[in-house]
Design a protein around this ligand. Structure first.
Ligand SMILES: Nc1ncnc2c1ncn2[C@@H]1O[C@H](COP(=O)(O)OP(=O)(O)OP(=O)(O)O)[C@@H](O)[C@H]1O
Ligand SMILES: [Mg+2]
Length: 235
């Protein structure tokens, strides 16, 4: 438990070892609603592996992940996909938008998949694009937008279902430092406003700095000097 109260997402003894020997080992993690956790560590240390497991995109060899108290292990295929669509928003590094769809249509996708009716979809898409400052860009295609704007669309798409958890893998990886700071600020604001837990994988120290807490992975384990569930907030 952190000072924020009940965890939005919790990993217990999470272990996934690939045949190559890489993976993660016995990772424990709690992220509270409204909290932004940065995960840093060298290339190959297991950051993406951890994120896939947190989002139920891969299954651990041991341990478990609870999202809002729901264990991914209790959900099979269709139920798992349904739960993921509403509980988890994903943001990746670039290239994740549908190139032939407008900004608004890209943001709408999770709502279509969730079976939300058209009027409500329009309202929610407008609200999500407003939140990321892109209302006027709604009709544009991704390649008519800057890299920073594309990443904002990806964030709008991740938050449009008001997920309990937002999982972001190097969301600022392809951006300059000003855009990286703006995108990170947006994620921190979003976490607070939606009471979402954000897990933010980054190589960028300036990005990690803005998170409430940072954990470092080394060879698939959290560094012993920075236990994952010890709050390090200074505000
Ligand atoms: N599908 C897979 N099959 C086999 N080995 C894998 C697979 N995915 C990852 N690995 C290995 O597991 C380790 C962790 O990989 P992971 O992608 O989680 O690292 P990362 O910290 O995200 O690295 P990067 O910063 O480069 O994105 C690496 O040694 C990698 O080679
Ligand atoms: Mg990675």
């Amino acid at each position: 438990m952190t000072e924020h109260g009940t965890a939005a997402i919790r990993a217990v003894g999470l272990t996934r070892v690939y045949r190559t020997g890489g993976g993660i080992h016995e990772v424990d993690l709690d992220v509270a609603p409204g909290e932004v956790l940065a995960v840093v560590g060298p290339s190959g240390s297991g950051k993406s592996t951890l994120l896939y497991l947190l989002g139920g995109l891969d299954d651990p060899d041991a341990g478990r992940v609870l999202v809002g108290g729901v264990d991914w292990r209790s959900l099979r295929s269709a139920a798992r996909a349904r739960f993921r669509r509403t509980a988890c928003g994903f943001v990746t590094q670039g290239l994740s938008l549908l190139p032939q769809a407008t900004a608004a249509e890209n943001v709408e996708v999770p709502l279509v998949l969730a079976g939300v009716d058209p009027a409500e979809r329009r309202r929610r898409v407008g609200e999500a694009l407003d939140r990321v400052g892109l209302r006027d860009e709604a009709p544009k295609l991704p390649d008519e937008l800057s890299g920073g704007q594309q990443q904002r669309v990806a964030i709008a798409r991740a938050l449009v279902c008001r997920p309990a958890v937002i999982l972001a893998d190097e969301p600022t990886g392809s951006l300059d430092s000003a855009n990286a700071a703006a995108i990170t600020g947006l994620l921190v604001e979003t976490a607070a406003e939606l009471s979402a837990a954000v897990v933010l994988v980054t190589h960028n120290a300036a990005v990690a700095e803005r998170a409430h807490r940072t954990v470092t992975l080394h060879s698939g384990r959290f560094s012993p000097d920075r236990p994952a569930n010890r709050p390090e907030r200074t505000h």
